[in-house]
Design a protein around this ligand. Structure first.
Ligand code: HEC
Ligand code: HEC
Length: 511
């Protein structure tokens, strides 16, 4: 009775856009909610981890940087609290991440230098509308918005893995050569031009799993096929790893989480005996030229946004830059190294100033407000309780406070944020393993990804694909693949009744 009227007032206050009233009502709601948590706790489960009281702050996962989902949800908006004076900078960075790069030479040298080999012409060709990249549903077309990482066994200090001798650390499926763009009717070649390295096709395999109540689900997992290896065979010892493009909202906030907060969560030897370790990756940062804790990427193999974005320019788009000044070719690819580049007088295709604009753009892609209230109070509290109870929050750490900072990103400092990640590496078992180590991350370890805005994947671009290789086509499928340190959590999820599973999933999709 009380809760129904609270909901009505929330809807009313939200509709009227009255912030004072809305705030008061949310406060009231959180009080009712905390009461319910005490009174509505499931009884008789000795393992149950109680959820902490609901806080209204959870409705704004990016703190004051969060943006509204009205009139529609977007992952391309600037932080709500980005000062007006910095907005043109955001839009300039967005243009550089969005408009296609072109082959050199051109009349303007600000946007040329694409390739010679590359994966896509722009950042947002993969991070579509700021969201996830798509994966081919079958082997009728090669991958386009995803990547294949390559290496051979061993460790190399700067790269974290030893590059495959001919193809390097990543397979580029496109090139600027016109010859190869008409590959079925190539014009007579007068000059030798760089060919795309290869075309990667996914043959999806099926696996069926059952919930404890007998319901079955058919999951898919990828096996890769490389067609036309244009620079000769790969090493017989090659290690490959398919990587789906993640959403890139909220990264400026993630960047401002204190390393000491992450270190506190780490438990490399599992000394508390809960079956969950959690390790920090240590990686070479090409920008700061030292070894630092890794934070970005599926295996936390990048320490800073600067290095992440600079590496993406070099490897994914073929744009040399002050952090990674070379072209994406290896020495065994003379057709590639010999092609004309778009370097400026300093030897880069994008200079530091423009690179900074793109980094600041990725820093300020805003996290949308959570849709938790739309669940209704009861479903929200139950789903939330289940999330903590089955141990999701043991790795998907709900909340942090970002460090204060000065300068361009000062508005992102001191925020209470709700990313649902510990940014640590966890062994998720043999089925998710790529068996390709990256710095200190083993072949079966992955960084816990943030869960904020995950439920908007479909709305922003139709690509609701999850996990490092995009194999999961729903949140439930993603959970069902959790093994290793997350096996107990996954098992508890599998043993929930259908209505409870639904509540947990709704909660995750509303974060
Ligand atoms: C061909 C597709 C593709 C292109 C083009 C691309 N990316 Fe990515 N991006 C990915 C994939 C795949 C990953 C995950 C890589 C990994 O962890 O191995 C990623 C990771 C990232 C991350 C880290 C996200 C996180 O949560 O840690 C950032 C930031 C990023 N990309 C920004 C960019 C920018 C900026 C550009 C343009 C310069 C770009 N990307 C171009 C596919 C792409
Ligand atoms: C032991 C740590 C751990 C636990 C416990 C855990 N996860 Fe995860 N989760 C991870 C890691 C690591 C990944 C990335 C795995 C990969 O990409 O292969 C992941 C991935 C995910 C993804 C996909 C995210 C994306 O961006 O694609 C979802 C959804 C998810 N987890 C939800 C949950 C839920 C819900 C629970 C509780 C039932 C849970 N996880 C329990 C560590 C954990």
């Amino acid at each position: 009775m009380l809760s129904a009227s609270v909901k009505l007032v929330v809807a009313f206050a939200a509709g009227r856009g009255d912030p004072g009233l809305l705030h008061f009502v949310r406060l009231l709601l959180s009080l009712v909610a905390s009461f319910c948590l005490v009174a509505c706790q499931p009884k008789g489960d000795s393992n149950a981890r109680p959820a902490p009281p609901f806080s209204v702050a959870e409705l704004k996962p990016g703190g004051s940087a969060s943006v509204s989902t009205r009139p529609f949800a977007s992952l391309m908006l600037p932080s709500a609290n980005l000062p007006q004076s910095a907005r043109s900078q955001f839009h300039a960075g967005k243009a550089l991440a969005h408009q296609p790069w072109v082959k050199a030479p051109t009349v303007t040298n600000a946007r040329d230098g694409l390739g010679p080999i590359f994966n896509a012409r722009t950042c947002l060709a993969c991070h579509i509308n700021g969201g996830r990249g798509d994966l081919p549903a079958d082997a009728s077309r090669p991958i386009f918005a995803a990547l294949v990482r390559l290496s051979i066994p061993g460790v190399q200090r700067e790269y974290g893995a030893v590059p495959e001798p001919t193809y390097g650390l990543q397979l580029q499926g496109q090139s600027i050569s016109l010859q190869h763009q008409f590959r079925h009717h190539p014009p007579a070649a007068k000059v030798r031009e760089a060919a795309p390295e290869s075309y990667t096709y996914i043959d999806w395999q099926a696996k069926t799993v059952a919930y404890a109540d007998g319901e079955t689900v058919t999951l898919r997992f990828p096996t890769l096929r490389f067609a036309e290896l244009n620079y000769g065979p790969m090493s017989e010892r090659v290690l490959t790893s398919l990587r789906a493009a993640p959403a890139i909202a909220g990264l400026g906030l993630i960047e401002l989480i204190a390393q000491s907060d992450i270190d506190t969560l780490a438990d490399p030897e599992d000394s508390n005996g809960d079956g969950i370790s959690g390790r920090v990756n240590l990686v070479w940062d090409a920008h700061q030229k030292k070894v630092l804790p890794g934070r970005f990427g599926w295996k936390a193999n990048r320490a800073s946004l600067m290095t992440t974005v600079a590496a993406a320019f070099q490897q994914d788009v073929g744009i040399s830059n002050p952090v990674f000044p070379s072209q994406p070719c290896t020495e065994l690819q003379p057709d590639c190294t010999g092609m004309i580049n778009g370097n400026n007088s300093e030897g880069f295709e994008i200079d530091q100033e423009l690179l900074d604009l793109v980094v600041d753009f990725t820093r300020n892609l805003a996290v949308p407000e959570a849709r938790l209230l739309q669940l209704g109070e009861e479903r929200l509290q139950q789903g939330r309780q289940l999330f903590y109870q089955v141990g999701c929050a043991d790795c998907h750490t709900p909340s942090f406070q970002t460090q204060s900072t000065t300068g361009y990103n000062s508005h992102l400092g001191g925020q209470i944020i709700w990313p649902y990640t510990d940014l640590l590496l966890h062994d998720l078992g043999p089925e998710l393993a790529d068996n390709r180590p990256d710095y200190h991350a083993s072949g079966s370890e992955w960084r816990t990804p943030p869960l904020w805005a995950i439920g908007l994947s479909n709305q922003v671009n139709g690509n609701a694909v999850y996990l490092h290789d995009g194999r999961a086509q729903s949140v439930a499928e993603a959970i069902l693949w959790h093994g290793g340190e997350a096996a107990s959590s996954q098992k508890q999820f599998r043993h929930l009744v259908k209505s409870q599973r639904q509540l947990l999933i709704e909660f995750v999709e509303s974060l």
